[in-house]
Design a protein around this ligand. Sequence first.
Ligand code: PXG
Length: 464
Amino acid sequence: MSTEKSHNLTQYWRTLDAAHHIHPFTNTQALTREGVRVITRADGVYLWDSDGRKIIDGMAGLWCVQVGYGNAELAEAGYDALKTLPYYNHFFKTSNPWTIELAAKLATVLPAGHSRVLFANSGSEANDSALKLIRYYWNLRGQTNKKIHLSRDYAYHGVTFAAASLSGLTPMHPQWDLPLPGFEKVPAPYWFGAKAAGYGDIGPEEFGVLIAQKLEEKILELGPGNVASFSAEPVQGAGGVIFPPASYWPEVERICRKYDVLLHLDEVITGFGRTGEWFGAQTYAIAADILTMAKGLSSGYQPISAISLGARMGEAIATADEELVHGFTYSGHPVASAVALKNLEVMEKAALVPRVKSQIGPYFQRRLREMFVDHPLVGEVRGLGLLGAIELVPNKPQRSFFPRDLDAGTQCRNYCFESGLIMRAIRDTMVLAPPLIVTEAEVEEMLTLARNAVDRTARDLGKL
Ligand code: PXG
């Protein structure tokens, strides 16, 4: 296509988009002023926009395209299902082969005891459903006072009324008068931010235990008989890629068990190989009562999510001998199930999860540290598997932060975009979560572009 033609097409789409399409998590007025970027195709770890510009995707879409773009096997699995059974549901005692096989396949990779799953269409729906199932479990058990749902500061669990209430990113709340009543927060195990938050010079492991014990304090304050559940991401993603100190999860698990609080792990980002195991629960050896997953389940090729039940919830719900009054028109959609099933088969065949654990993950982590640990603008490099974060700070030993209105992270992210790299900025934390098929050469390309962007930001801030 000639440059002029593609430019005209871009203008045409921009105008239509501005006139008719409201975007998620976007200032519509600002976007209309700047003009949207139209992504027209993708292959491997690369995207192309409507002007023909090639972009390397350091975020696997929104942390979800595990097998990379353009996988023909997934496309064909979806097409076959579309031709054979484009739609049918699971209400009224029916099912379909793809969803049945997907449920069974999931049981082989999920943590021990998680042998039963329900399906939904997004991470938010999965979390919303999980909270309903938690309530149902306690109602079945006759513990009808257990209604309060605990979660953490900086948590991201989605946008439905319940999932947004569960989320601890406070800017998500005022527009919608959230959180709903019955949602309470405890602190996150964010060691890098501990000094700025007034915890002093505490070491990470001691801090991990201290923060876990804040959960215990909260449960005791509310009364264990009133607390239904604690929801948490094994590694907090959209809230800043916060890795818990090793001491944190064992203590949290002990506390949940002691006070009979159900442990809900949100594996929407950590699921499907991101940290080098199928699930974060396996990476951190966490025994959870209920797990939610989405994104990597289908590598983002189809909207599908799932909720898996551990032994006690699974048993109670499967033997309740009454109708489960819950489910969506598209729960276990045949096309989405077929694509997710193929995605899991492709991941297994290519050994993508072991690859993240022992080959490309360690390579990515080593190079990330080599390129950024000593950078004058970088306070901390943290990561595991194919998840990495770089904190941009004014003063490394102080672990202090730039003033929010400086928007150093956004500035750095804009430089990344300018140079053809998609990298996410969360406050001033720069994040990478590439597709699990990324090669060493592509890691080098991403890190080189990221380094240039951090250098440019450092120069702007007088740090280089
Ligand atoms: N839980 C977690 C841990 C997530 O990361 C959701 C639930 C909600 O999933 P749905 O499918 O309802 O969006 C998420 C989603 C970002 C970004 O910019 C992150 C997410 C979604 C959109 C943007 O980091 N995570």
